[in-house]
Design a protein around this ligand. Structure first.
Ligand SMILES: CC(=O)[C@@H](O)[C@H](O)COP(=O)(O)O
Length: 255
């Protein structure tokens, strides 16, 4: 089970809701993924105007835990304001902190991310923080008491996969809270590698919504995450420099 704050989930795939070709494909892909947590940018929701299209409108929201995110914020103050707006609208007490420091790379601003996390924890939110793969920053976030740490595999929407597995493994090793690899996943094998490293879950969006067949890719991601987790739990063999026969002859009497 994946445990985040007081909540428990059987799926280890968190899915974004944006950029699908249409709402029917979005709905089908999400269903097939068996994801239980859906994230969306609060800023893109027309919370106060019922006449505007709502990009969650086709979904049976009873079936999912919503994870509003603060995308669009570039300061801690903005992120906190977005989170409070989201909670006031009754969306959820969980929030994904996303404070972007650079519009070209969409990498998070470490200082503002830390500040926003601290403030939102004080406000009683269940805080999941999107961060870079910086090991010490992840440590500081954990010490603050955030409920999950979400280091990026590579820049959002880039599909570059896991650029720094070593840093991610250090983050996973030191963390007392779930580590969710977020952003940059391009293929099912990227997601499987994240899980084999020992991540607790993977959050992705573009790899599914931008695939030629999003529904098929959603299924592939689900299976890859399950396979990666099983592989991690099974324990991989040690890597050896030289060969070691798969059918040893020792103890066999060959005439
Ligand atoms: C939807 C969301 O939260 C994104 O900001 C997230 O980081 C996913 O990134 P990818 O689109 O690269 O999977």
């Amino acid at each position: 089970m994946l445990k985040i704050g007081p909540y428990e989930f059987s799926s280890r795939l968190l899915l974004g809701t944006g950029k699908y070709p249409n709402f029917d494909i979005q709905k089908e892909a999400i269903e097939v993924s068996e994801s239980e947590i859906l994230t969306f940018a609060v800023r893109r929701m027309n919370i106060f105007d019922a006449n505007q299209p709502n990009f969650l409108e086709k979904l049976d929201l009873e079936k999912y835990k919503l994870l509003p995110n603060t995308a669009g914020a570039s300061t801690a103050e903005e992120a906190v304001r977005i989170a409070k707006l989201s909670r006031a609208s009754g969306l959820c007490d969980m929030i994904k902190v996303e404070v972007i420091g650079c519009q070209k790379t969409l990498l998070p601003d470490p200082i503002e991310t830390l500040k926003a996390t601290e403030e939102l924890l004080k406000e009683g939110f269940i805080v999941l923080t999107y961060t870079s793969d910086d090991v010490l920053l992840a440590k500081r976030l954990g010490e603050l008491g955030c409920h999950a740490i979400m280091p990026g595999a590579s820049p959002i929407g880039s599909g570059q996969g896991i650029i720094n597995p070593l840093n991610l493994s250090f983050i996973i090793e030191q963390s007392d809270v779930p580590v969710i690899i977020d952003a940059g996943v391009g293929t099912p094998s990227d997601a499987a590698i994240a899980m084999e490293l020992g991540a607790d879950a993977v959050l992705l969006n573009t790899a599914v919504s931008g695939a030629k067949d999003p529904v098929k890719m959603a299924k592939a991601m689900k299976l890859a995450i399950e396979a990666g987790r099983l592989g991690y739990e099974a324990g991989r063999i040690p890597i050896k420099r030289y060969a070691s026969a798969s059918s040893p002859m020792e103890g066999m009497s060959i005439g």
